[in-house]
Design a protein around this ligand. Sequence first.
Ligand code: AMP
Ligand code: MN
Ligand code: MN
Ligand code: MN
Length: 279
Amino acid sequence: MNSYKADLHCHSYFSDGALSPAALLEKALAVQVQCLALTDHDTTAGSKELRNLADPEQITIVDGIELSVRWKMHDIHIVGLNIDPSAPALMTLLEKQGLQRTQRAEFIATALENLGIVECLQKAREIAGQGSIGRPHFAQVLINEGKVRTMQAAFTQYLGRGKKAYVPTSWISIEEAVSGIVQAGGQAIIAHPLKYKLTRTKLHALIEAFKNVGGVAIEVVSGEMNVAQIGEMVGLTQRFDLLASTGSDYHSDEYSIIGLGQQRPLPTNCKPIWELWKS
Ligand code: AMP
Ligand code: MN
Ligand code: MN
Ligand code: MN
């Protein structure tokens, strides 16, 4: 078991998380997280705020992001770590992603309004507040309107791939995401590889495509992944010569089964990504 306690994937209210960067920091310190990266969807605003708040004597902060990419009709998430959160190449990509998010929100709102939810866009925007708008905010509207009882049901009935209010989105490509992260001085990581429900053949193809454009790691441990799944991810790092990352993917106490820093430990038979950062 790796004894270094790192959580390199979580969310604040700058995307679809519930907490401020300050509250996340407090939680991380309370559970003795030694290294923390805030990886909001398509924004670095929270990560910058976190860096300014944290005392480097107490905790190591790594600047992060989670980028949505489109790969062969699948929405895949690429985490960028150790980035310069203001790098111009990254900012250009984030502007594009922001436009896609706004446009998609309008389409989702129209689809849901056609299903009888009035003023859907305004309601979702209110919930998103200053954060980058996403499907979880629409899921919350569906819950508030009594259409579904859980976030999960909102996705399986309305917002998930192929459902009534699913809108395919022209996210940036894997190549654009990885090269933006690399140009920002960071490392690109495939987030939660088992969340996409890809066949093993397709998952291997995704990893090959990702490696070919400069990706270096996968999340070996993510959220509630079990021991067998973690073992399988270790196997992938060995097969494809990848580094290993780890994160809770914590969003809020209400919706996350695994708390901040509470994911299973990273096994010792893989190479942790932070070995690159320790000089
Ligand atoms: P978006 O980036 O707007 O497409 O929203 C994706 C986010 O929705 C993910 O980061 C998760 O936080 C959340 N999400 C995706 N699928 C589900 C699901 N089946 N149940 C609950 N939350 C989900
Ligand atoms: Mn999310
Ligand atoms: Mn994700
Ligand atoms: Mn995430």
